[in-house]
Design a protein around this ligand. Sequence first.
Ligand code: DQA
Length: 145
Amino acid sequence: MMKILVINGPNLNLLGKREVGTYGAVTLDEINKKLTAQAKKNDVKLEFFQSNHEGEIVEKIQKASGKFQFIIINPAAFTHYSVAIRDAIASIDIPVIEVHLSNICAREDFREKSITAPVCLGQIFGFGPISYQVALEAAIKLLKK
Ligand code: DQA
């Protein structure tokens, strides 16, 4: 069975409580439950990983090789400055889709630039939890192609 790894970076464990005006009231658990149902319908298995630590995310990406066919990642704040996560993504041969809940181009200037997106297959942002669902749909369609 095809396996997809879903990685969420720092502070995303606080979704639903954190800056609700920007990120919405839906929790990460609720997002993941919806994704699990979507994956099941398509005979795909998901694994979820959330961490507030850069090194843990780097290690998870490194260890994904050979285990997963796709990665969906919201690197959160690391998007804008983690060369280590960018290099980890570049070091594996698994396709990666970057997602964000908010429209990172419509906020502070420092959020506009993603240093991880150039080493990803593509980027989806601005649709709240739907960003993850669209990313999963894209991954499934690409895998079945
Ligand atoms: C985010 C956008 C980032 O700029 C921010 O640091 C986050 C969340 C998003 O999903 O909209 O923590 O990745």
